[in-house]
Ligand binder design. Sequence first.
Ligand code: AMP
Ligand code: MG
Length: 472
Amino acid sequence: MTLHIPFDNSYATLPDSFFARVNPEPVKAPSLIAVNAPLAQELGIDGLDDPNLAALFSGNALPDGATPLAQLYAGHQFGQYNPQLGDGRAVLLGEAIGPDGQRRDIQLKGSGRTPYSRMGDGRAWLGPVLREYVVSEAMHALGVPTTRALAAVRTGERVVRERPLPGAVLTRVAHSHLRVGTFQVFAARGDIEALQTLFDYAVARHYPDAPDPASFLNAVMRRQAALVAHWLSLGFIHGVMNTDNCSISGETIDYGPCAFMDSYHPATVYSSIDRYGRYSYAAQADIIVWNMAQLATALLSLMPDPEASVEPFTAQIHAMPEMIRAEWLSRFGKKIGVAQATPEDSALITGLLSVMEEAEADFTNTFRGLVDGTARNQFTDPVAFDAWAATWQARIKTEDDPQGQMRTANPALIPRNHRIEEMITAAVAGDDSLFHRLNTAYATPYADTGADADLRQPPKPQEVVQATFCGT
Ligand code: AMP
Ligand code: MG
């Protein structure tokens, strides 16, 4: 059979100023690493037995109906506005409408240079491609809105980073690749007509119930507040929350230097380029508000009287921290077995977090340990934990099903950094078995089969990953 993707491409019908039409650049010797059959099925894709998959998922051949293009966007990178970014190493093949009626982008990442490549080579190396594949699929299994990974291919070429490394292409799926930065680029250029066109497109695609800028802003804020609280509840650190990596649909996007925390500390940073901790674990709740303020600023230009709208928009942004707090409370309440946490439960949650911080306890294993009674073992000196646990036991007595709450909020498995690094090292040496094993294990992160006990272990001191890299 030949691969069939049910394309229905809407972005390609937008004005020329929104993108550059560009084909993926062919690669030397593509070979398939993985194709995500369940996701393909969700998207209504058939013909996965096509012998040409490696060519199709590397960009050497185009699937029927593709209209390849690189999207334009801008964005604040570490607070600094960059007036032109855009897909510098990615090409949108088009959108597929699946049997569920949902429209989703299918994009090749690492597929060569585009007019937005600036100084870059348009390529990706194997490490970040496999990292994004594993971590984005794990996030999906954990229940977090995220882009997905449809396929990964080795290019048979080397890309030069600190040293020559094997090249790869990831096929990424998203509800859309619209970013805060997509709005910023037109607003900053004063191209209000394009901004209005983009806005109408985004409303139709994502928020049909929020057809005016104020309600649209609120809808995006709600999804982002929920998303960041979800990240916090799993110890996830995105690492590079620039406004170009902040999705309008509210999905986690751009897995560069992201990482899950092992031992708990709110100031944890892994990204090698985040020197001042702008995107540290705990800072994520503040930064998302800052990012939404940038979206609000761009949307102001759509208002009949922008000046007069500054105040109400500002008031909306000021309401966001409370939105995040409520989402945080709900998520962390469930993590300690409380179905509907009230503000009075906040102290109990932060009480546990401070005991954990003090003891440098493993985030994932401590919370999961509340389910199976092993949390205490995470503490070398359990005195403070015991004191906390006494209050906690008293609190959950009145709950219907604390175990059930905790079991679905506290995963046994998260993609730990040292396992990801180990997987990448093996794959660079040509062994993909750990990559496949991790994908299988992380697909059921809340089950505790015992089969993956080794994947639950925190890193030994010599295994601790100190820094992660953007991988560009
Ligand atoms: P990121 O940090 O991955 O979000 O990327 C920021 C910007 O740099 C985006 O416009 C990317 O397309 C671009 N970029 C990153 N890596 C490369 C590369 N290897 N070649 C060309 N552009 C790149
Ligand atoms: Mg990006």
